[in-house]
Write a protein that binds this ligand. Structure first.
Ligand SMILES: Cc1ncc(COP(=O)(O)O)c(C=O)c1O
Length: 361
């Protein structure tokens, strides 16, 4: 703390990202990264970018990338915005579109960056409780609001909302912006991008960090009505004209174009998720139905924090959230390769067996 701080800094409660350990021998299942490397075509594109042209600023509007994304989704260039990770895209959306007199609404259990943006930009918000099955109920959002935002599938629960429900939400909320954060939609959900041309208040954010294995490159994007996208550009160009460097733009274009690699890796993850769900259930875990590259699970008898600590001793890291208390018994486990999932299952078998023996003695 310092007397030199601007007043707003005193009141900030920053987001705490999952651990990025320095050790390399860990099975890392804590931050929902893709266990497979990026497409070889991405690496080729990055190598080609290592050139004298690095002395020049990149294209400030990332036109080539935006065009590639637009074509992929059947949209136009002015319906696409790109940023330095979808976190940055979301931050701009909060500032550009979600600050109004009425409170912004989002679920009580959701991506914990949302309240942080509200704190940063002075946005009033209200949380809407998930139901007992940890699902979003769209009827609960039928109240005065200055905007609505949630991930689909939700994080950290992994639960998916059907497209028909999202459409019902949009029909009931025509006067405020609805942001659907589709960071994890690549793993089995139905994207709301199909609705963009029908609802001028719908903004959808995507990331290349998960489905496209590019968390290290930092690229995310938003699609929506051209007026919403213009608002994002106004904020971006009042903040940083060049959020995406030459590497990020070139790598992202190659990743979006390599559909075959994307399909192959996401299918492997969906299959491994099915395997993990079944194996964990056999061990006495409840697993929430997941449409994401992670699962949210709790054991009928063991404490979440204790299990996370025991797994860490076996060099496996998963994510545990202490708050809110309603989810303190859960673990959020990223889907790794089949081999990593097997290691996790074996470690849990051992941990649970040893604990059972201790209870018997
Ligand atoms: C729900 C959700 N949205 C957005 C993000 C941000 O992703 P990125 O900034 O890597 O694009 C994450 C990251 O884990 C997330 O879980």
């Amino acid at each position: 703390m310092s007397k030199f701080w601007s007043e707003i800094v005193w009141g900030l409660t920053p987001y705490v990202p999952g651990e990025q350990p320095k050790l390399t021998n860990l099975v890392k299942l804590n931050t929902n990264e893709n266990p497979y490397g990026p497409s070889p075509k991405v690496l080729e594109a990055l190598r080609a970018e290592t050139a004298d042209s690095l002395r020049l600023y990149p294209d400030p509007n990332s036109d080539m990338l935006r065009m590639t994304i637009a074509e992929l989704h059947g949209l136009t260039l002015n319906q696409v915005f790109v940023g330095n990770g979808s976190d940055e895209v979301l931050a701009h959306a909060f500032q550009a579109l979600l600050k109004h007199d009425a409170p912004l609404l989002f679920p009580d259990i959701t991506y914990s960056f949302y309240p942080v943006y509200c704190g940063l930009y002075g946005i009033e918000y209200q949380t809407v409780p998930l139901n007992d099955a940890f699902e979003i109920r769209v009827d609960d959002y039928n109240k005065l609001n200055g905007g609505i935002v949630f991930p689909n599938p939700n994080a950290p629960t992994g639960c998916l909302l059907a497209l028909t429900e999202i459409e019902r939400l949009l029909q009931a909320n025509t006067e405020s912006v609805v942001v659907i954060d589709e960071a994890y939609i690549d793993f089995g959900g139905e994207s709301a991008v199909a609705l963009v041309n029908h609802y001028q208040n719908l903004l959808i954010t995507h990331t290349l960090s998960k489905g496209r294995s590019l968390a290290g490159l930092r690229v995310g994007y938003a699609v929506g009505h051209a007026d919403l996208i213009e608002a994002l550009h106004r904020v971006k160009d009042s903040f940083n004209s060049y959020p995406l460097g030459r590497f990020a733009q070139a790598g992202a274009v190659a990743a979006m174009q390599d559909r075959a690699y994307f399909e192959e890796t996401r299918q492997k993850i969906i299959v491994a998720r099915g395997y993990l769900e079944v194996e964990l259930q056999k061990l006495g875990f409840e697993v929430l139905p997941s449409g994401a590259n992670f699962i949210f699970t709790r054991h009928s008898q063991r404490d979440g924090a204790e299990l996370a600590a025991r797994l860490r001793e076996c060099n496996i890291i998963v994510r545990h959230f202490k708050t809110p208390s309603r989810i303190a018994s859960f673990l959020r486990i990223t889907i790794g390769t089949k081999n990593e999932c097997q290691k996790l299952v074996n470690a849990l078998k051992e941990i649970l067996e040893v604990s059972n023996l201790q209870t018997l003695i």
